[in-house]
Design a binder for this molecule. Structure first.
Ligand code: CP
Length: 324
């Protein structure tokens, strides 16, 4: 099985990947998933002698831990950087921090940051490989890739391919979601049919995204093979648009966490509209009882923990792919 074939030293976003590169990452991730089943000790250590640093300037559980697990399973050493106890507190820039890590011999920096386009500005000035672990509201490439792997395992024919014409509905706070943005970009490249739904203020502009079908939640749930629910990302609202500071308002009406589930959440009743083979996904973290009924998270229809499992294998493929 060939290693991941990436053209660049960095993975900054889905926007930079060809369909062929995406498939190559999925294939390699699948290879690691199979090897792990055969032997969880994974005796192959292709990244032995490499050093990977995780720099998270925003909170994370899944992404940070799975990049760390992925690196360790591949034999790399992991250096965790904590902004609050670092010299960024003394005014050092992130560029100078990365230049310092590069001089020490760190091979890869896995970075999460709130600012749009932040990594693009750094990438050309550094030799260290940069992997985007979530930036701004447009890119979370490793999440989208693990989501694609999970969809392919459920509906696909396996290596070298992606299920043709897969119908994917993304429901919730689309406009503030880097997961939605990366998934939409990736799924378009692979020929999926895309539906979006949720409160009007959370929808993307139809003129700039003419390929997306904006539909009611019930229609999205009934049509889709994959129903991907998203959390309302309150922490990003005030930073981007203070007029929607109260997060769940539509047409000037404030919608509370109790009202949201009825209008836009995936309830047990609404899930009955799903096609028999359709599945539920959610990138996490989720708010049980708000965008998704608590009982659906671990139901037979849910792929949520499969997504988490696949996150480690996908990040193994990514970390291999960005090594010189
Ligand atoms: N899905 C996701 O990015 O989760 P974390 O914020 O926990 O990393």
């Amino acid at each position: 099985m060939l290693n991941t074939q990436l053209a660049k030293k960095d993975l900054l976003g889905i926007k930079d990947l060809s369909a062929q590169e995406i498939i190559s990452i999925l294939d390699r991730a699948d290879f690691w998933a199979q090897r792990f089943k055969e032997d969880p000790k994974l005796p192959e250590k292709p990244l032995e002698g490499k050093f990977i640093s995780n720099l998270f300037f925003e909170p994370s559980t899944r992404t940070r831990f799975s990049f760390e697990l992925a690196a360790k399973r591949l034999g790399a050493e992991v250096l965790n950087f904590y902004p609050r106890s670092s010299s960024t507190q003394k005014g050092e820039t992130i560029y100078d921090t990365l230049k310092t890590l590069e001089a020490m011999g760190v091979n890869t920096a896995v970075i999460r940051h709130s600012e749009e386009g932040f990594l693009e500005n750094l990438s050309s000035k550094l030799n260290i490989s940069i992997v985007n672990a979530g930036t701004g509201t447009t890119e979370h490439p490793s999440q989208a890739l693990l989501d694609l792997l999970t969809m392919r395992q459920e509906f696909g024919e396996g290596l070298g391919s992606f299920p043709s014409g897969l119908k994917v509905a993304i429901i919730g706070d689309i406009v503030h979601s880097r997961v939605a943005s990366s998934n939409i970009q990736a799924l378009e490249k692979l020929g999926a049919e895309l539906y979006i739904s949720g409160p009007d203020i959370f929808m993307l502009d139809g003129e700039t995204h003419p390929h997306l079908k904006v539909v009611s939640v019930d229609e999205a749930v009934s049509e889709a093979d994959i129903v991907m629910m998203l959390r309302v990302q309150k922490e990003r609202h005030s930073k981007i648009d203070s007029s929607i500071d109260f997060a769940l308002s539509t047409d000037g009406q404030v919608m509370t966490d109790t009202e949201y589930p009825k209008s836009y959440g995936l309830s047990v009743e609404r899930a009955k509209l799903m096609k028999p083979q359709a599945k539920i996904m959610h990138p996490g973290p989720f708010n049980r009882g708000v965008e998704i009924d608590a009982s659906l998270v671990e139901s037979d229809k849910s792929l949520i923990y499969k997504q988490v499992e696949n996150g480690v294998f996908t990040r193994m493929a990514i970390l291999e792919g960005v090594q010189a």
